[in-house]
Structures are given as structure tokens and as C-alpha cells.
Design a protein around this ligand. Structure first.
Ligand SMILES: NCc1[nH]cc(CCC(=O)O)c1CC(=O)O
Length: 310
């Protein structure tokens, strides 16, 4: 056990209800792990640019950086000691000053379909609300007759848009719904036909790479299997040169000391899909690179053009 700190440790988070729920979870785990009262960790909410601009797709206004930019600045300036993120929203390439010091145990990684019981039950020409290129491509791949309509905003906003008839169905991460106590909403999609986003369902905690003291505190709440899976998925993204414009799905399973990744890439209109699997030992950074190469080797020029590998 480590003594109760002299001053509260500052946890930076976005302000959305989901981000706040994740921050609370991280605070509770950290305090419990060290035997501290909850007051030992102070939650510092930061308004992210991604939350201010709600009328345009994320991919058009600067991508995932808009979720982390302000928190990154606060962390580098020393205004907060660590930041709690949805791993899915953390950009592929991070400032060198940061490190992912802990990953909390991953929630259910599946997407849920809300508004209709199954994709096959959608009426011809139905409208699907989503702003995620992956979800749009996956829907169009299975149901090319459907129309994708832009759906930004937090979970409650999106459910509100669905309720007011802006779309016939929408797709959300079950992890987010569970953390908001709304896990009953919608039907989970099987991982056999519908791969989630890299990092989906995982909470990544970043601190300054030079701050060994905070990193040591955070190590107590790291969930090693979730961390290994997240790193493999992030390595895959990096090797593909994926970003918020690309449609990439991946599911990682642990098999003994190995990881098995099943991944798919799509053209944005969903016409083309390449799916490949790879098994490699956890921590083998070359495994994700080989999987990325296999995916790109199977892609047409049009699909390859969606990626910019290093
Ligand atoms: N892009 C927003 C976002 N970032 C993380 C989650 C869900 C929680 C998670 O994946 O951990 C969501 C909402 C959604 O996709 O429905």
C-alpha cells in the first residue's frame, strides 16, 4: 500500500456522462487498490473540442484528436496527473510526452443495434444513423440498400435522435451503454459477422511518460490481458495507417499466452471487405504488422487507397 497522497491526485476527463462514469470507475479502482479515501483523487472535467462541435462528422473536423487535445494540453502542462479515456477515442499516434500507464478490464466489446431487432429485419431503404466510417461500411456491406445518415453526439443525444425519427436504427457500443446503466437498450451484434472498433470497450489511462511516480500508482489498476489486447489492436491500426476516416474492425481473444486477432477492412461504401486472422504471442509487435500486411495484400487498389501505412 502507498500512503494517502499529501494533495489530491488530479484525474482529467471529458465531461460527457459516459466519460464521467469512466472517470468515477477509475477513481474508485485506484483508491481501492491503494486503500485511500475517494477524496485522494480529484476528478477534473475538461471540455473537449469534440464535444463542442456536434453538427459535423468527427472525421471532417480533425478526428480523434478532438477528444484528447485539451486533456493532452492539461497533462503536459501538469494541470492534471493522468487522463482517463475511452481507448477507442485515443488517436493512433500519441505525443511522445504521454504513455498509456494502465488499461482497465475491458467491458463487452460488441456493438448493439438499436431500433430494430436485426439487420435483416430492416425495411428496404431504411435509414441507419451513425457517423462512424466503420459502422457505415459494415451496414452498407450487409445491406447496400440502406441509407446512412450522420448521427453525432453523445449516447443520450443519439438515442434521442433515433426516438424522434431521424433514423430507423442506430449502432452503439454495448460497453458505453453498460457503463451508463442502459445495457438493456438494443440487440448485441454477434462478433462472427460484426467486428468492433480497435480499443472498443477498453478504458485507457495516460500519464506523462516522465512521471514514474504516477505510472507506478496506476500500475496497480492495470489489467494485463486487456492492456495486451489493446496494444495489439493499436499496433494493427498503426501498421495499417488507419485513422478516423478508415473502416477497420477487430476482435482480439486470448489463447493461452497468445492473442488471436480477427480483423477486417472495408471501403467506406462497404462494397469491398477483406478479413484476415492472425495468432501471435502477446507482446510480439511484429504480429499486428503481419496481420496488417495480410489485410492490405488482399485489398484492391481502391481499398488500399483508404490506408496510409508507414
Ligand atoms: N466515439 C464515441 C465513443 N467512444 C467510446 C464509446 C463507447 C464506449 C467504449 O467503446 O468503450 C463511444 C460511444 C459509442 O461508440 O457508442
Amino acid at each position: 500500500m502507498i500512503d494517502v497522497p499529501d494533495r489530491p491526485i488530479r484525474l482529467g476527463t471529458r465531461r460527457s456522462p459516459l466519460a464521467m462514469a469512466q472517470a468515477e470507475e477509475a477513481r474508485e479502482r485506484l483508491c481501492k487498490a491503494h486503500g485511500w479515501p475517494l477524496e485522494a483523487v480529484k476528478i477534473v472535467p475538461v471540455t473537449a473540442s469534440g464535444d463542442k462541435i456536434q453538427d459535423r462528422p468527427l472525421a471532417d473536423i480533425g478526428g480523434k484528436a478532438l477528444w484528447t487535445k485539451e486533456l493532452d494540453q492539461w497533462l503536459i502542462a501538469g494541470e492534471i496527473d493522468f487522463a482517463v479515456h475511452s481507448a477507442k477515442d485515443v488517436e493512433t499516434w500519441r505525443p511522445l510526452e504521454m504513455t498509456i500507464a494502465a488499461v482497465l478490464e475491458r467491458e463487452d466489446v460488441r456493438d448493439v443495434l438499436v431500433g430494430v431487432a436485426s439487420l435483416s429485419a430492416l425495411a428496404p431503404g431504411a435509414r441507419i444513423g451513425t457517423s462512424a466510417p466503420r459502422r457505415a461500411a459494415q451496414v452498407l456491406h450487409l445491406r447496400p440498400d440502406c441509407e446512412v445518415v450522420s448521427f453525432r453526439g453523445n449516447v443520450a443525444t443519439r438515442l434521442g435522435k433515433l426516438a424522434s425519427g431521424e433514423a430507423d436504427a442506430t449502432l452503439l457500443a454495448l460497453a458505453g451503454l453498460n457503463r451508463l446503466g442502459q445495457g438493456h437498450v438494443g440487440t448485441p451484434l454477434s462478433l462472427e459477422g460484426w467486428l468492433p472498433a480497435p480499443g472498443q470497450g477498453a478504458i485507457a489511462i495516460e500519464c506523462r511518460a516522465a512521471d514514474a511516480a504516477t505510472a507506478a500508482l496506476l500500475a496497480a489498476i492495470d489489467h494485463a490481458p486487456s492492456h495486451a489486447a489493446l496494444m495489439a489492436e493499436r499496433d494493427l491500426l498503426a501498421a495499417l495507417g488507419g485513422n478516423c476516416h478508415s473502416a477497420i474492425g477487430v476482435h482480439t481473444r486470448a489463447e493461452g499466452a497468445d492473442l488471436r486477432l480477427c480483423a477486417a477492412i472495408y471501403t467506406l461504401d462497404g462494397t469491398e471487405k477483406v478479413e484476415r486472422e492472425a495468432r501471435f504471442s502477446a507482446g510480439d509487435r511484429d504480429g499486428p504488422r503481419r496481420l496488417a500486411a495480410a489485410l492490405l495484400a488482399g485489398a484492391s487498389p481502391a481499398l488500399s487507397a483508404c490506408f496510409d501505412p508507414p
